[in-house]
Design a binder for this molecule. Structure first.
Ligand code: ADP
Ligand code: MG
Length: 696
């Protein structure tokens, strides 16, 4: 392998490449657009497009594509060749500024939640020059936003970009009043940690459920689970570590600073973290990470599973979204710092985050919801479905003192400035012991731990940026009008913490007591994706998103429809796959085995010897009982699907898919999984958990 420094970013049209290849004036104009959002004229775009094409062709590209993130969660691409035939029979390679800036993919195959029904079927992609273009699989990929004819967002990037502007604007307003005259922008930085499973492709190919739904719909737990925490043994290590090396290299070429780790608790599970960067790029990179994980796995005869719960009975996969806000001149606003002013400033931003998370817990919960994550959240392996914030002992103590401060002096008095109560310089390790919290302060950033492994992180970050910006805008209004800024800062911190400290919880988030306690505190405990989707149309949520121009009322409603539809489709596919497997593979295999048992009993009896056939008889009885029960549950599942399909309203339909179809599917699984433990393994029609998890 080449040296890392040679490989890193070799397929990216990054700042260094732009500086080297673009004429000075063009480079400057583009930088202004990237950094200050200044419009780009077509002449400049033409020059950039030409240079991009020259560079991409040198890298082996023949096509270009507008790369975008529709609401399906994955990325989409439409490839066009650079090649342009001429009248004289020759051809030239060309790529214009117009082609760079705007594209028109066939939008009809992407979900719009009714947005296009009223307008045109057309959708447009627009270049997002803040995320660098790159070459992948022979195509120049241009990161773009995807909008309808009327400019409504049809993707996850558009609102994310809007939310980044909003948090920057409002945080700068607050910083200005606090006396910061240098920062021009505030940037939300994100470092995601991505969990995934790896299984053997040959085994994967024998599982219809993995192929069609990404998870095992049946499968009884292997005799050995994750209790020994030892999936480091030799055979796995070599094959997986070859994969990881290859994966790291491919990601480095795309300028993604990835570091794979063998450190997850479940067998066959691994993690990859990328170094934090601005939200938009972190989101694009995470999409590329997921895509590359899958692609590289195939080269190694492996399959990468990004589903949140590929296997029942062992831990599933999530994504930790590490988030902080920073000024463009390098100050992390979530760094508690050492000096009193910094402490106050930190406490002000901390208060804003606590307020936002408390007021918009339902939206955050929604941002982590998908059908796969329903198997995890609240199921004692992942954060509970209740959104709460972990601050750690020291910071919690500071908050307690502020909240309980009866004479109102804690903040204004010297206590916070000197002596033992001075906000300590928090040691990083001491803050991150609680792994059961969905939103944990980890020294100089917050870690949102609910995000689903297969989903885009655009959602959680859009919500975080916007809701925190909303609180900051209210703070800024007050501070700008205040005659005594110091006193106003104290008042704001105190009021915010008093009103919102109910969302703080440092205890065990997996415990039943917490569920009770959270209910007493009035914190929402939103059970499933279906109920979570409702938060998109709650008036307070529409208000906050539209007030800041991140998502309009219409866009929120369209998303509501898209997510319900996605839920319905996902569960429907799972149900149909389970039915097909049960009826055509599993039950026939069980019947074959029962027949062979019966034949064996008869054969033994016919010998005339007094041989004991109770074991065979008992097994046969049990299997027959379970088979009859499973068959009934097949019918019940079929009728649950009909019930769900008969619902007119999309929410009612999704609800029925959750509480009729999904439950019927689980019930069928119970019988099938018991059968698996009774039937001769030679008869079982698919690889078992033991093979899938331990035969990599
Ligand atoms: P962990 O103990 O969870 O593995 P790490 O320190 O390795 O914590 O960081 C995990 C992720 O957090 C990485 O992606 C890292 O880049 C990111 N990260 C670190 N500092 C920040 C920060 N200030 N803002 C946002 N993300 C950060
Ligand atoms: Mg983490």
């Amino acid at each position: 392998m080449d040296k890392l420094s040679n490989v890193f970013g070799e397929n990216v049209f990054n700042d260094a490449v732009m500086r080297a290849r673009l004429p000075k004036a063009t480079y400057k104009a583009l930088k202004k657009t990237i950094e200050e959002g200044k419009p780009l004229d077509l002449d400049t775009a033409n020059v950039i497009a030409h240079e991009m094409k020259e560079w991409a062709v040198e890298k082996g590209a023949t096509h270009f594509t507008h790369w975008f993130q529709p609401l399906t969660g994955v990325t989409a691409e439409k490839h066009d060749a650079f090649l342009n035939p001429m009248d004289d029979g020759t051809a030239i390679l060309s790529f214009s500024g117009k082609e760079l800036i705007q594209g028109e993919p066939d939008a009809s195959s992407f979900p719009s939640g009714g947005l296009r029904a009223t307008f045109e079927a057309r959708g447009y992609t627009a270049w997002d020059c803040t995320s660098p273009a790159f070459v992948k699989d022979g195509s120049l990929c241009i990161p773009t936003a995807f909008c309808s004819y009327n400019g409504e967002a049809l993707d996850s990037k558009t609102p994310l970009l809007r939310s980044m502007e909003v948090i920057s604007k409002e945080a700068i307003r607050v910083l200005r009043v606090l006396g910061n005259t240098t920062a021009k922008k505030v940037i939300a930085n994100v470092g995601p940690e991505q969990e995934y499973f790896i299984v053997d492709k040959k085994l994967y190919d024998q599982r219809k459920d993995l192929i069609l739904t990404g998870r095992t719909l049946f499968g009884s737990m292997a005799p050995k689970g994750q209790e020994l925490d030892d999936h480091y043994f030799g055979a796995i290590k070599n094959r997986i570590s070859d994969y990881m090396k290859d994966l790291d290299t491919e990601l480095w070429k795309l300028g993604i600073s990835a570091k794979t780790k063998h450190n997850e608790v479940a067998p066959a599970q691994h993690e990859l973290a990328t170094i934090f960067t601005t939200t938009n790029i972190a989101t694009d990179h995470n999409q590329l990470v997921m895509e590359t994980m899958k692609k590289v796995a195939l080269k190694h005869g492996l399959v990468c599973l990004l589903h949140e719960k590929p296997f029942a009975g062992i831990n599933g996969s999530g994504k930790h979204n590490n988030w902080s806000i920073n000024t463009d001149d390098g100050e992390n606003l979530l760094n508690p710092g050492k000096t009193p002013q910094n402490n106050k400033q930190f406490l002000l931003f901390l208060s804003a985050i606590i307020s936002a998370v408390d007021d918009y817990a339902d939206l955050l919960r929604f941002s982590a919801a998908n059908p796969g994550n329903d198997h995890r959240l609240g199921a004692n392996e992942a954060p509970p479905a209740i959104v709460s914030i972990f601050l750690g002992d020291q910071l919690s103590e500071v908050v307690r003192q502020i909240v309980e401060d009866t004479d109102g002096n804690y903040l204004s008095s010297s206590k916070l400035k000197i002596g033992v109560s001075t906000l300590p310089d928090l040691p990083k390790d001491a803050t991150d012991r609680n792994r059961t919290s969905p939103f944990a302060f980890t020294g100089n950033k917050f870690e949102f731990r609910m995000a689903p492994s297969s989903g885009s992180i655009a959602g959680p970050n859009t919500i975080l940026n916007t809701t925190v910006a909303d609180v900051l805008s209210k703070y800024a209004d007050r501070l700008e009008a205040a005659s005594d800024v110091d006193a106003e800062v104290d008042a704001i911190i105190k009021e915010s913490l008093k009103a919102h400290h109910k969302v703080l919880f440092d205890g065990n988030g997996y415990s039943d007591e917490w569920v009770e306690e959270a209910a007493k505190r009035g914190l929402p405990n939103i059970k499933s994706t279906v109920e979570a989707i409702r938060s998109l149309v709650a008036p307070k949520n529409i208000e906050v998103m539209s007030k800041h121009g991140v998502l309009t009322d219409v866009e929120m409603h369209s998303r509501y429809e898209v997510h319900l539809e996605n839920y319905i489709k996902t569960i429907n596919i799972e149900a149909l796959t389970a039915l097909e497997m049960a009826k055509r593979d599993i039950i026939p295999a069980v019947i074959k085995y029962s027949t062979s048992l019966a034949e064996s009993i008869n054969a033994i009896k016919s010998t005339g010897f007094d041989a004991d056939v109770t074991a065979q008889g008992e097994t046969l009885t049990e299997i027959s009982k379970l088979t009859a029960s499973a068959m009934k549950k097949v019918k019940a599942l079929e009728s649950a699907i009909s019930t769900a399909c008969s619902k007119e309203d999309s929410y009612d339909q999704a609800y029925s898919y959750r509480y009729d179809v999904f439950e019927a599917l689980n019930s069928l699984r119970e019988d099938v999984d018991k059968l698996e433990t009774l039937v001769d393994s030679k008869y079982w029609p698919m690889p078992t958990y033991t093979e899938l998890l331990f035969h990599v």
